[in-house]
Design a binder for this molecule. Structure first.
Ligand SMILES: Cc1cc2nc3c(=O)[nH]c(=O)nc-3n(C[C@H](O)[C@H](O)[C@H](O)COP(=O)(O)OP(=O)(O)OC[C@H]3O[C@@H](n4cnc5c(N)ncnc54)[C@H](O)[C@@H]3O)c2cc1C
Length: 265
């Protein structure tokens, strides 16, 4: 065992204050990634700053043409939310397919985005829907947020407070899940926003990316056929015990066509 202090926070301001005085303090979201990391001694915080009791960080609300989800909102709440189901059903579906019931009841959208796992599902929705990540300091556009594997634009002590998703005309997500964890071996999120398509791919590379060739093909001719001639370079794909680079490149095409077929119904 090693010692650390546990603090149940009341507010974002308190988190900022405690983090600014301590480089070794770490925020605790749902703990689904952080606690196993601590057990393995890959993280050894001096203080664990639990955001779980900060009411201002939790919940879903419709705000104008956007759906705003608090950082500490668990996946299960997103998947069950009437607002999300009505405005962006693809986002509710995506949340319902994350992990298992335990993970969905504890894991949070803010923790998922801060962690930036290359196989996580939410990054595909955030980039596909052109969402904004709200922090205690600023608003970060989706295209600027994910930098690399487990690396984001967040600065040292920056805290995600909410995510604002513009409501699209229509959207859909298709993933090929890892059969054990349900993380995306490859997942593709497609959204139509003001007549233009955005296509975001997770699981395939070190970080979520926009599949611009697919976007161009759909903007020219919005049909599954227009996606059929596309191929993506396997050289840049992740490779692990679950899937080779070539298989992932193949899955990008398959998931892309499935997502578009689901989008047009
Ligand atoms: C068995 C298992 C299966 C899973 N399957 C999937 C899956 O299918 N798809 C998927 O997408 N994910 C999956 N996950 C990941 C899970 O859904 C969580 O999203 C993820 O573990 C992180 O969220 P958390 O709230 O638990 O964050 P934590 O583990 O508490 O924190 C993760 C990191 O984010 C930081 N952090 C937390 N909240 C904030 C904040 N508000 N601002 C800034 N930094 C913050 C923490 O300091 C820490 O560094 C799985 C996890 C497990 C354990």
């Amino acid at each position: 065992m090693y010692e650390f202090k546990y603090v149940k926070l009341d507010s974002v301001d308190q988190a900022v204050e405690l983090l600014s005085g301590d480089d070794e303090g770490i925020l605790l979201g749902g703990g689904m990634t952080l606690l196993p990391t601590m057990k393995q001694r890959l993280a050894q915080p001096s203080q664990l700053l639990d955001l779980g009791g900060v009411a201002e960080l939790s919940g879903v609300k419709k705000s104008g043409d956007s759906v705003v989800i608090g950082a500490m909102t668990p996946h299960a709440q997103v998947s069950a939310s009437a607002e999300v189901k009505q405005a962006i059903p693809a986002l509710a579906d995506l949340a319902s397919e994350i992990g298992d019931p335990q993970v969905r009841n504890r894991g949070t959208i803010g923790g998922s985005l801060a962690n930036a796992d290359p196989s996580a599902d939410y990054p595909a929705a955030v980039v596909g829907l052109n969402a904004s990540i709200k922090t205690n300091l600023r608003s970060i556009e989706a295209d600027e947020f994910f930098l690399d594997m487990f690396e984001t634009a967040l600065e040292g002590n920056e805290i995600i407070t909410a995510v604002s998703f513009p409501v699209p005309t229509r959207a859909a997500y298709a993933k090929f899940p890892n059969p054990a964890s349900r993380y995306a071996v490859v997942g593709v999120f497609i959204a139509e926003i003001e007549g233009q398509y955005r296509v975001a791919v997770t699981g395939a590379r070190g970080s979520v990316f926009r599949y611009t060739e697919a976007e161009e093909a759909l903007n020219e001719n919005a049909s599954v056929e227009s996606l059929e001639g596309l191929s993506i370079d396997a050289d840049e794909m992740n490779e692990d015990i679950h899937a080779s680079a070539e298989y992932r490149a193949h899955l990008v095409g398959v998931m892309c066509r499935r997502a578009f077929s689901a989008l047009v119904g």
